[in-house]
Ligand binder design. Structure first.
Ligand code: ACO
Length: 435
């Protein structure tokens, strides 16, 4: 088969350049502009990476028009219905689902890394009690570099795999302790007899004064949340991890950068923002249409949180799964009445938005963050912990991408260029000659 190329013609100079067209196993083809600048002196301009593929990746595929999401080829719905988070982690890291023995061995490896170095406990007391737990997460995960990095060789695949397991294992402990510190209750050590999700709930809610057993329905709901949030190809936080990691920084620093990126309300911080918005709607006493009109008004900064996505131009398949889950578990919540009210507002908001031409024409559908917050509330997770939950789940995706990138011989330091718009060359004036 002849090489597939595209011709770029500079209409000013008449010069023509041949550029290769690349074909992934599925998804849009891409023009290879790697050598564009070297060969033509012209840069590619794409702020926000609207049309840019930044790497080759085997991990996750999504088709935004069809509302399709697959980890290593397996549809998210099947993984969420039938799989476990440990299986999903194994799949994302290794490319295949584990057999029973592999799963047992993998889970065992994770379980044996759940503890934190005792010294790490002291980092928490350096934070204000009212610190946002995401601030604590950025700090404590970054601080892991000071404890575990020196024994790791980031160029050795086995070492990288070990680091990935270590991060997946320690994240629930770090996350739960950021909550315990904020509310002044003692840190609870991991219990390695419990599964991943159950152990997290145990570290969040158990008290030294009484027995604690998690509700199995909440454990399963958390498992589904973890699976649905585990990876999402080159989103902002994963790209941040890849970009930070491309300088060959240690993985703890790279993941800490990813957590920082996730925190923003345009990304993972939206789950907290959604519930705050639903509460504002409830407390305002104003009709839904008021908020819808406000979201459409370009003069206002307000957007419908939990709506819209850079890639999905159809219903986010994760939002579908979580909407059903929300209905399933909400009755079990100790504050069922309040949560029903919020779910009711969310459903009505979705219904009016889905009939509004502004949202229809821009293909703005509910995203993963729209329903997850209500589920977290039902679990008793406080609002400011929502994005921490997301970070815990996404850690496997981040480390899988970091691992893949470090093993890819096409990887190099990520260093975008710019189109300079500032002043051109001028002489330095002595201070007494300045206006
Ligand atoms: N409410 C109202 N209008 C919206 C919304 C929204 N939630 N989202 C997008 N729009 C409008 C924009 O104003 C724009 O309108 P225009 O064409 O008239 O200018 C159009 O839809 C396209 O929006 P962009 O901002 O250009 O889309 P982009 O792909 O850059 O942004 C994003 C995607 C950030 C998710 C955006 O939809 C948004 O801010 N949503 C709310 C926050 C949110 O839920 N984030 C979570 C995303 S999922 C995740 O990260 C896990």
């Amino acid at each position: 088969m002849s090489k597939h190329t595209a011709t770029l013609i500079d209409n000013e100079t008449g010069e023509q350049f041949e550029l290769d067209i690349l074909h992934p196993s599925q998804g849009p083809k891409a023009i290879d502009v790697t050598s564009l600048y070297r060969e033509t002196g012209i840069l590619a301009y794409d702020p926000g990476f609207m049309s840019t593929a930044s790497c080759w990746s085997d991990i996750t595929y999504l088709d935004g028009n069809k509302g399709l999401l697959e980890y290593r080829g397996y549809p998210i719905q099947e993984l969420a219905e039938q799989g476990s988070y440990m299986e999903t982690c194994y799949l994302l890291l290794n490319g295949e689902l584990p057999n029973a023995e592999q799963l047992h061995e993998f889970t065992d490896r994770v379980v044996h890394h759940t503890m934190l170095h005792e010294q790490i406990k002291r980092f928490y007391s350096g934070f204000r009690r009212d610190a946002h737990p995401m601030a604590t997460m950025v700090g404590v995960v970054g601080a892991l570099s000071a404890f575990y990095h020196e024994y790791m060789d980031i160029h050795d695949p086995e070492n990288r795999y070990e680091t990935a397991i270590l991060l997946i294992a320690k994240m629930p402990t770090i996350a739960a302790w950021s909550y315990r510190y904020a509310n002044g209750t003692p840190f609870v050590y991991p219990d390695n007899a419990l599964g991943y999700a159950e152990n997290f709930l145990h570290m969040m809610f158990a008290l030294p004064t009484e027995d604690y057993t998690s509700d199995p329905r909440m454990v399963r709901a958390l498992e589904v949340i973890l699976i649905t949030h585990a990876d999402h190809e080159q989103n902002a936080s994963t790209s941040t991890v890849r970009l930070a990691g491309s300088s060959e920084v240690n993985p703890f620093a790279a993941i800490s950068a990813g957590i920082a990126s996730l925190w923003g309300p345009a990304h993972g911080g939206a789950n907290e923002a959604v519930v705050r918005m639903l509460m504002d709607i409830r407390d305002s006493g104003k009709p839904l249409i008021h908020f819808l009109e406000k979201a459409k008004d370009k003069a206002q900064k307000f957007r419908l949180m939990g709506f819209g996505h850079r890639v999905y131009k159809n219903y986010d398949p994760r939002a579908k799964i979580l909407r059903e889950l929300c209905h399933d578990i909400i009755d079990k919540s100790p504050l069922a009445e309040e949560h029903h009210e919020l779910l009711d507002i969310a459903m009505k908001l979705e219904a009016v938005a889905m009939e509004d031409d502004y949202f229809i024409s821009r293909k703005l559908y509910p995203n993963v963050d729209f329903y997850s917050g209500i589920i977290f509330l039902s679990m008793g997770i406080p609002l400011n912990m929502f994005t921490v939950m997301f970070a815990m789940a996404r850690t496997v995706g981040w480390v899988a991408h970091w691992h893949e990138m470090m093993g890819d011989d096409k990887s190099r330091i990520a260093r975008p260029r710019q189109l300079y718009t500032g002043k051109t060359h001028r002489e330095y004036p002595p201070i007494d000659e300045r206006d």
